[in-house]
Write a protein that binds this ligand. Structure first.
Ligand code: HH2
Length: 288
């Protein structure tokens, strides 16, 4: 029996995304020397812009630009350096394309300058806990906001993460951050939630969270999941980061069938194809 998937709209400034029937793809471009999979590849603005436009042509629904790596153990980047990395790339993409852009940052000043250049979404992996100015900025500008779960900080998060019930704890965290955002004046339609695969989680925690998608989606917002090339795939396959495409596609299909609306990925064309098949099967899968 076919059960249509409830559509949730995600309001990101002037754009509205409809989440449900078709999985959306966020293409990742890290303008950093040290990101775990593409570190150093796109540090030159021209290379990052070219890659972003290529992803848009491959069918990315949005491009996520980051200037600070959040890989386990990563150091934080000073404000001026982060601005110097991401702003030329945002300007270059905007000059050539109207593809929606999200900025992966925990700093309100980076988000403010990015929004001034046409960015529609703030991807804050600290879920508004790093910078007290971030929530009010998002409320004032009406842009989209991704709230992600992380246990600890990128420096400490993989030091033996422990949970009694990982799904219940991540759910409680996301609910609490959602309520905090609403109290600041951000509308629920602006928000997207993310269980933060790999951020303070063991292999088993990640698998359990991917399978728990419908439960997170029942919090009433679209669900984003970022699994592309991550180390849990490397652990399962015993393969280095450059050889995790097939594993990433399998994880993508699984997450879609378990309720994910948006996937944050490095391989846009391949993921689009894999997910088109998963999307066709999705209405026939029990949504619980
Ligand atoms: N994962 C990474 C970075 N940002 N944002 C959200 N919302 N969800 C994620 O799962 C997520 C994220 C880590 O991946 P990547 O950007 O490829 O690497 P790095 O953090 O080393 O730059």
């Amino acid at each position: 029996m076919k059960t249509p998937i409830e559509t949730l709209s995600w309001q990101c400034g002037p754009r509205t995304f409809f989440c449900g029937a078709r999985t959306l793809i966020a293409g990742v471009v890290n303008v950093t020397p040290d990101s775990f999979s593409d570190g150093g590849d796109f540090l030159a603005p021209g290379a990052a812009i070219t890659r972003a436009l290529e992803m848009a042509a491959e069918g990315a629904d949005m491009i996520d630009i980051g200037g600070e790596s959040s890989r386990p153990g990563a150091d934080s980047v000073p404000l001026e350096e982060e601005l110097g990395r991401v702003l030329p790339v945002i300007e270059g993409i905007r000059a050539a394309s109207d593809v929606p852009i999200s900025i992966d940052t925990t700093k309100a000043e980076v988000a403010r300058r990015a929004i001034a250049r046409g960015v529609e979404i703030v991807n804050d992996i600290s879920a508004l806990r790093s910078d007290p100015a971030m929530g009010p900025l998002v409320a004032e500008k009406g842009v989209g906001l991704i709230l992600m779960h992380m246990k600890g900080t990128p420096r400490t998060m993989q030091q033996q993460p422990e949970y009694e019930d990982v799904v219940a704890e991540v759910e409680a965290f996301l609910e609490e951050r959602l309520e905090a955002a609403l109290r600041i004046g951000i509308e629920i339609e602006q928000i997207c939630l993310d269980p933060g695969i790999g951020f303070g989680k063991t292999l088993e925690h990640n698998l359990e969270l991917i399978a728990a998608g419908w439960r997170f989606r029942s919090l009433g917002t679209p669900l984003l999941v970022g699994m592309s090339r991550k180390s849990f795939i490397g652990s399962l396959l015993d393969l280095p980061v450059g050889e995790r495409l097939e594993g990433s596609l399998a994880a993508a299909a699984a997450a879609v069938l378990r309720g994910a609306d948006i996937l944050r990925v490095h391989d846009v064309r391949a993921t689009r194809r894999a997910v088109a098949v998963a999307d066709a099967i999705k209405p026939y899968v029990q949504q619980e």
